[in-house]
Structure formats: C-alpha cells, structure tokens
Design a protein around this ligand. Structure first.
Ligand code: BGC
Length: 393
C-alpha cells in the first residue's frame, strides 16, 4: 500500500513538473504572440514626396495605428500633411488643412501643419536683448518677427529617423539651426519627435540645446477641422480652454504686458462653448484679433503635462484633447484664411475653416520681463511635450 501511495505520489509530482514545463512553454508562446501582435499594431512607411525649387529631396512618412489613425509627416518643415482619425461611425477621415503637393507648401502659406521655430508667435519690432546685446531678427509681420522669421523651421529640411515600439511609432526629426540664422544667436540643435500611439494620441516632443545663450519657443501649427468638411467654417466646434487669464494684445497682436481675467468676456472657455458664440462680440480684444488669435495663460502651470484645451465637433462626434507642459496656448480661429489657397480636392480654404491650438510660451516673452522666460543657456536642455488625443463621444 505504502509502495503504491509512494508510486502514485511520484507519478503526480512528475506529471505536475511536466505540466508546469508545458504551461511555461505555452505562456512563452502566448507572450511571443502578444509581442508580435503589438509590434504589428503600428507601422511606418517612407516615400519620396518631391523636390523643392532649391533641389532638396523631401520624404514623407506615414505612421498608422490599429485604431484607424494615420498621420503623414514630411521632412520639409516637419509638416503634418495629413491626419486621419475615425468619426463616431468609425470612419477615418482627414482632420487637418493641407495641400496635395510639395510645390504648394513651398509657396507662401500661413504655416499649414508646420513646425514653428526658433520662436513661435510674435516678437515686437523683431528685436530683443540678451546680456545687454541687442539682436535684430528677420521680420515678416510688418515690423514684427512671426514664427521664427520668413525662413523659419517651417521651411527647412529636417533629417528623420524612424523608431517602432510595441504600441507606438515615432519619427524623430533633427535640424541644426546655425548661429545668427534669422538673427538668433547660437547654434541650436533641435529634435522634434512625433509619436503615434495606439490610443489615438499623437505626442510631439521638442528638445533643443545651444552653444550660446539664445531664446527658444517651439510649437506645431496644424489647422484642425474635426468635421472633415473643409468647406465648412469651424464655428460649431465646442472649445474648452483651461485658463483663467488671457494675454491681451495691441492692434499689431503684440502683448500689452498685462494678463487679464477671462470672466465675463468672450475669452472664457472654461466651460465648453462654440467658437461662433462670441466671435463677433463687440469686444476690444475680439476686434484686435479679428476673432480669436490670442494666447491664453494656462492654469496649473506647476503640474507638468496636463489638460490644456479641447475641441469637439458634434456632427462627426470627434473630440480633440490637448495636453501640454507649456504655460500658454494660442487659439487661432483661422481669421486670415481668405479663400485664396487651394484645398486638396478642389475649392479653396475660406475664412475660419480651420483652427490652431498652438502650445507655447507667451508671445514677445523676450521683451516682457514679467512673462516666463524663454532663454536657453548652453548646457541646458530645452524639453517640452504636447499630446493631441483623439476620441469620439
Ligand atoms: C498667429 C496668427 C497668424 C497665423 C498664421 C498664428 O499662429 O497667431 O496671427 O496669422 O499664425 O500666420
């Protein structure tokens, strides 16, 4: 009996050990399957996009995930030429303004989809002073410098490196801006990494270092129309901006230096409100901006990356949420779009058919002593992240 018991016991131990090995083996197989599945969940594809008038070759990269989101980014200007996301019926459609060829992007246009640098937004009179030395920038907005100057980062060729993780696909762009390019001091090495995640978010990570004291304020200038109907103004989009204060401007859109409360003004977007509701209000700031073309002072500036703003289009059900670690966001309602630039498939982009949500430091910060500093010193790392997250409701 004892012998029999021992024997059964022995067999059981052996079978358990065997089962264990089997299970571990299966688990390994399963893990392998998961990894393979994960690795396949995103993809990157590179294609030639064209040649600039100066003879530079331009590539376009398509990043796709498994949730129906797809983004095209080209090496000229780091421009997002196309961004497709699903609507509430699950149909993926275009949500950013763009052209259908490189030639059009190389002609004058209001920064469609582009990376903006070295300094996003306006610098009054195109001048600023660092350590007692005055720098004169290339001006392109009457007497002011706008978005890095006429030959800013939106018009240069970036080099690109692809990376694919389990759940995301990244494109790391690099550009070295030479000392005194567009009037800015210091050789500035810039990296901008676009990452498409499988939760339908697109991260934009900006990094820069310099060899001489300089100023930096990078941003992204996509014009969204979540309805995908680019013939239709964005006035029905419901906007929220998590900001109690605004950076008011003068007639040339240069900050007055004060920060004002948004309460009881057309600029209060703390609760969702359509773009159209107050855009024609009799208000001095609305008049100066010809609508919304202002920087909001975001709340919770000490909290790192946090919710900043959202846009919702009730017809398509698309919701865009913007998260950032930046102190400000420029909400621009496309007031200067004037029906002169061609849409992809015929027609032209008319007044207010796209809006921008540009995360950034406040305009003219280098000349405003009370605004958060945009100075970058040698040895410091400029690093900031913004996420554009899409969903439906
Ligand atoms: C500015 C607008 C400007 C537009 C395109 C926006 O970021 O705030 O004033 O017209 O860019 O140039």
């Amino acid at each position: 009996m004892n012998v029999l018991k021992r024997c059964i016991y022995g067999i059981s131990i052996t079978s358990l050990a065997f089962l264990n090995i089997q299970c571990k083996g299966n688990q390994k197989e399963e893990n392998k399957a998961n990894t393979t599945q994960k690795m396949d969940s995103v993809s990157i594809e590179k294609k030639e996009y064209g040649t600039t008038p100066a003879g530079q070759k331009v590539d376009v990269y398509t990043l796709k995930n498994q949730k129906g989101m797809e983004v095209n980014i080209m090496t000229y200007g780091g421009i997002i030429t196309s961004l497709k996301v699903p609507n509430k019926a699950g149909v993926s459609e275009e949500v950013v303004i763009g052209f259908n060829n490189l030639e059009q992007y190389t002609k004058a246009n209001p920064y469609f989809g582009a990376l903006i640098g070295r300094f996003g937004n306006r610098i009054a009179k195109g001048k600023f002073t660092l350590d007692g030395k005055e720098y004169k920038l290339a001006t392109n907005n009457d007497a002011n410098a706008l978005h890095g100057g006429p030959e800013g980062f939106h018009r240069v060729i970036w080099t690109a490196e692809e990376a694919k993780g389990g759940d995301n696909a990244s494109l790391k762009l690099k550009y070295v801006s030479k000392d005194m390019e567009e009037g800015y001091p210091g050789n500035l090495t810039v990296f901008v990494t676009y990452t498409l995640n499988n939760d339908n978010s697109l991260d934009v990570l900006y990094e820069a270092t310099t060899d001489k004291k300089t100023i930096v304020n990078l941003t992204q200038h996509s014009y969204f129309n979540l309805s995908s109907d680019f013939a239709k103004p964005i006035l029905d989009h419901e906007i929220t901006i998590d900001a109690d204060k605004l950076v008011p401007v003068d007639a040339a859109l240069i900050p007055t230096g004060k920060l004002t409360d948004v309460t009881n003004t057309p600029f209060d977007f703390r609760r969702a409100k359509t773009v159209g509701k107050d855009i024609e209000a009799k208000d001095d700031q609305i008049k100066k901006g010809l609508g919304y073309d202002h920087c909001w002072v975001l709340n919770n500036q000490d909290k790192g990356e946090r919710f900043a703003a959202s846009a919702y289009d009730p017809t398509s059900g698309r919701l865009l949420e913007v998260f950032t670690d930046q102190p400000g966001i420029q909400f621009y309602s496309g007031n200067f779009l004037d029906g002169t630039l061609p849409m992809r498939n015929g027609g032209t982009y008319a007044h207010r058919t796209g809006f921008c949500l540009e995360t950034q430091h406040y305009p003219d910060a280098p000349n405003q002593k009370d605004f958060p500093s945009t100075v970058l010193n040698p040895g410091e790392n400029y690093k900031t992240k913004t996420t554009f997250k899409f969903s439906v409701k």
